[in-house]
Design a protein around this ligand. Structure first.
Ligand code: BTN
Length: 270
């Protein structure tokens, strides 16, 4: 146990000890600081890093979120990790990677802290109504149109207790919600176990049932931004492809494959 602070520092050896998978093959890179573990992982992947390579960092100076957003990554306060995967499955299954990672991360967080962890379509984890984790998957296609590799970036607020005013209503951390200090090395190992399983079974969509059970927009009125268009409707559920099914006011149904959606707090389904 480290004495320098209340968190165990991240180390490749500790992650290796916690990792019960064949996924990483021991290829684990832990950095004190990097711009973004996704950017580092993409550089390594472009140079031929093998399937399962893990990049984790104590802090990120330019952590990236979806839609060009920043992901704040203060030193030691979160698990910032990226996994390089070179899938053997068909590119048609690539859109399911993020939902598989979301279930892997939600189950792992919940196992270690005991608090229910929800998934918010498409790539966020929530605890008690606020975000604790975001996932950013970035893919590269080869010259034959096949998936060359995907980098799955997972950022979890583990021990962060201070948030700037603009994030206080929407962001939280495992420690802030539960008072528990969980070991990020063990959390990383737990995520890898589930990620390996769900990716190996992606063609059978084994994670979708759990994704549906945990998805928090379902059954609520929401607003969604998709393809630059703002829509409002009732979230009916999640289909087999992890798309969000929306019922619009005119009774028509819309299938959202990507975008951003939020609870609409004023209107309720009649
Ligand atoms: C989001 O909230 O929109 C996604 C956030 C993803 C953050 C993680 S942290 C590890 C990896 N490196 C990054 O730069 N981003 C992802």
């Amino acid at each position: 146990m480290d004495t320098q602070n209340k968190w165990n520092s991240l180390s490749a050896e500790r992650i290796r000890n916690a990792d019960k998978t064949a996924l990483s093959g021991g290829n684990i890179v832990v950095l004190e600081e990097t711009e973004s573990t996704n950017s580092t992982a993409k550089l390594l992947a472009a140079k031929g890093a093998p399937h399962g390579t893990i990049v984790a960092a104590e802090s990120q100076t330019r952590g990236r979120g979806r839609l060009g957003r920043r992901f704040e990554s203060p030193k030691g306060a979160g698990l910032y990790m990226s996994v390089i995967v070179r899938p053997s499955f068909d590119i048609a299954f690539a859109p399911l990677i993020t939902s598989a990672a979301a279930v892997a991360a939600a189950e792992s967080v919940e196992k270690l802290c005991g608090e229910y962890t929800a998934v918010k379509w498409v790539n966020d984890l929530y605890m008690n109504g606020r975000k604790i984790c975001g996932i950013l998957t970035e893919s590269a296609i080869d010259s034959k149109g096949r998936l060359d590799y995907a980098v799955i970036g997972i950022g979890i607020n583990v021990g962060r207790t201070e948030f700037p005013p603009e994030l206080r209503d929407t962001a939280t951390s495992v420690e802030a919600e539960t008072g528990k200090i969980i070991d990020r090395n063990i959390l990383c190992g737990e995520i890898l176990v589930r990620l390996e399983y769900y990716l190996e079974n992606i063609e059978e969509k084994r994670h979708i049932g759990e994704y549906r059970r945990r998805e928090l927009l379902t059954g609520n009125h929401i607003t969604a931004n998709t393809g630059g268009r703002e829509v409002e409707g009732y979230a009916v559920g999640i289909n087999e492809n992890a798309n969000l099914l929306l019922k619009l006011a005119d009774g028509s149904e819309m299938v959202l494959a990507s975008g951003e959606a939020n609870l609409c707090r004023i209107r309720r389904e009649k």
